[in-house]
Design a protein around this ligand. Structure first.
Ligand code: F6R
Length: 608
């Protein structure tokens, strides 16, 4: 879960690498390092802490001249975050250096073997075995050396490699960790993700598993792990570079919350035509869609929470049974997948290791997998049978907001489409519900206008120790996400409970003044949730209620109420989540935390 960048060409590498790493800090930010070939030897500079420490210590790259280099921003897995464990890592003679994103699973066995051959280890990392293994196999032909190493290492990797013996060439390879290659008139780039090199080029190659890129200033070739030449297609990336900037907001998270009306529109509009839902990318006829007997939704974190909402919406509208699994559980529980089942994986990054493994598990068993993904060309997008992209653009803040909102839209669209082809919704009902969907962006915009009020309320809770979120049905799925948003960026302990379940244990935690956020947007469950509000109030809780306009009677029981506009109850999550995202954000800001970079978390979780 790290970011790597590399360059070979006619320009100074260090500056390009530092700029690129700055765009990848969301992938990891506990230490950073860079290696540049200076004309005689490879020089490495590494620092613990954020990238700016490395920038300062190398005076923005000035102290590291050279036109070939690799860099790394780390999120520790093996070995604590310190200067020694920061990448790049050297072989013993300091003639080979490597940066790595991923985990070498058999590193202990390899380390023991290499020690027997006299290699000494300086770091606690799994990556160092790669540097020594390259050294062990090196007979002067780097491509051959790399292929031999790849046959020995197990696990996931994106590697950038420099051999001092070949000072005009940059080498890179990947398996199960993201890596792209870019090219411009000056030379070639490698990066974990497109934004790192967008400033220089939009000409990109997506490196596939176990492909090796061999790059010079004026040449670029790809090889298999057997050393055979591979032809690859160049892709032109038309992302808006500004979309990856903060655009005047204090944090990317705030900017991204404010982008939700656009995200919802962008994800929705291309799939609505003449009062019908058109999801061409499904590559399934209406008959095939109608024949689906069961759906398995598999995802992690917030994407899983979107899946829980999806279950209520798909089951409610299309009457197809839906099971929702955490990907880390699905992959090892030997799930029962029966004929006629369809698997949907949801992932913003498209690189989440557990979700990717779940996708592979389903495909290996012969099931069709639809991926709802935000990052175009990501591993999950490339391996799925069909991809229904969320058009949220790059999401930089670690805590997801706009991508989650876009995931909900794709799930609603699927639910409506399935309900329609199965005859559960007639044409007129479908048109009405599409109209409700079309109103969501404007309604979200209205809710975003409440920022000051929510900030004031949040400021009262910056000292809170425990906060509870409760709801029933879809409101429960909203509670799950609201609770995660709060705890992950403000470090306030918080739990989400199905409102009816509270009294089976958790209610004993409610004390005088404990904040309970009750979500009560579902008309059929409203009275039930109000009863649960009364239960916690009588134990001293302070109740913040999130409900729909018109439900004023809730004010008799709740202490503070946030109203969201009316929409079809199935789509309520898209509105009710907005104040909860803002609440989490402002508690974090009120406590003086960096909401974009919560401790211990990274944007893209490419390890199990
Ligand atoms: C929370 C958050 C995470 C992700 C989870 C899955 O704000 O962002 O819980 O939702 O790590 O990531 P993706 O969607 O990239 O598979």
């Amino acid at each position: 879960m790290c970011g790597i960048v590399g360059y070979v060409g006619s320009k100074q590498a260090a500056e390009i690498i530092l700029e690129g790493l700055a765009r990848l800090e969301y992938r990891g930010y506990d230490s950073a390092g860079m290696a540049v070939y200076d004309g005689e030897k490879i020089r490495i500079s590494k620092t613990a802490g954020r990238l700016k420490v490395l920038e300062e210590s190398t005076r923005g790259g000035e102290t590291m001249p050279g036109v070939l280099g690799i860099g790394h921003t780390r999120w520790a897995t093996h070995g604590i975050p310190n200067e020694t464990n920061a990448h790049p890592h050297f072989n013993k003679d300091e003639t080979i250096t490597v940066v790595h994103n991923g985990i070498i699973e058999n590193y202990i066995a390899l380390r023991d073997l290499l020690k027997k051959h006299g290699y000494e280890f300086q770091t606690e990392t799994d990556t160092e075995v790669v540097a020594h293994l390259l050294d062990y196999y090196d007979k002067g032909d780097p491509l051959e050396t790399i292929t031999k190493v790849l046959h020995r290492v197990e696990g996931s990797y994106a590697l950038g490699i420099i051999f001092a013996s070949h000072p005009d060439t940059l080498y890179a390879v990947r398996k199960d960790s993201p890596l792209i290659v870019g090219r411009d008139d000056s030379g070639c780039f490698i990066a974990s993700d497109v934004p790192a090199i967008l400033k220089h080029t939009r000409r990109v190659f997506y490196v596939d598993d176990q492909e090796i890129a061999v790059m010079k200033a004026d040449d670029l070739a790809f090889y298999s792990i057997y050393g055979e030449r591979i032809e690859k297609e160049e892709v032109y990336v038309d992302w808006d570079a500004d979309a990856a900037e903060k655009g005047g907001y204090e944090h990317f998270m705030l900017k991204e919350m404010n982008e939700q009306p656009k995200t919802v529109t962008d994800t929705l509009s291309p799939r609505i035509r003449d009062g019908r839902i058109v999801i061409e990318e499904l590559n399934m006829s209406d008959e095939e869609l109608a024949a689906v007997k069961k759906i398995h939704i598999v995802a992690c974190g917030s994407a899983y929470h979107a899946g829980v909402t999806g279950k209520y919406v798909i089951e409610g509208l299309a009457r197809i049974p839906v099971e929702v699994d955490l990907a880390s559980e699905f992959r090892y529980r030997d799930p029962i997948l029966e004929e006629g089942a369809m698997v949907i994986v949801i992932s913003q990054s498209g690189e989440t290791a557990d979700t990717l493994a779940a996708l592979r598990e389903a495909r290996n068993r012969g099931f069709r997998v639809l991926a709802i993904v935000n990052v175009v060309g990501s591993s999950i997008a490339r391996e799925a049978d069909a991809v229904m992209y969320t058009w949220a653009g790059p999401e930089i803040a670690v805590a997801t907001t706009k991508a989650y909102s876009a995931q909900l839209i794709n799930l609603y669209l699927l639910a409506l489409k399935m309900a329609h082809v199965r005859g559960r919704l007639d044409d007129d009902e479908l048109v009405d519900m599409i109209e409700d969907l079309k109103c969501l962006p404007q309604q979200i915009e209205l809710l975003l206008g409440n920022q000051k009020r929510i900030q004031r309320f949040a400021n009262r809770y910056i000292g809170a120790k425990d906060i509870f979120f409760i709801g029933r049905g879809i409101d429960y799925s909203i509670a799950l996400e609201g609770s995660l948003k709060l705890k992950e960026i403000s470090y306030v302990h918080s739990e989400a409970y199905a409102a009816g379940e509270l009294k089976h244990g958790t209610i004993s935690l409610i004390e005088e003044g404990t904040l309970v956020t009750a979500i009560a947007t579902q008309p059929e469950l409203f009275a039930k949730t109000v009863s649960n509000i009364v239960e916690v109030k009588s134990r001293g809780a302070f109740v913040l209620a999130v409900t729909t306009e018109g439900n004023d009677e809730i004010e008799k029981n709740a202490d503070y109420v946030i109203y969201v506009p009316q929409t079809n109850p199935y789509f309520m999550n898209s509105l009710a989540i907005v104040p909860l995202q803002m609440f989490g954000y402002y508690v974090s800001v009120g406590k003086g935390y960096d909401a974009d970079h919560p401790r211990n978390l990274a944007k893209s979780v490419t390890v199990e």
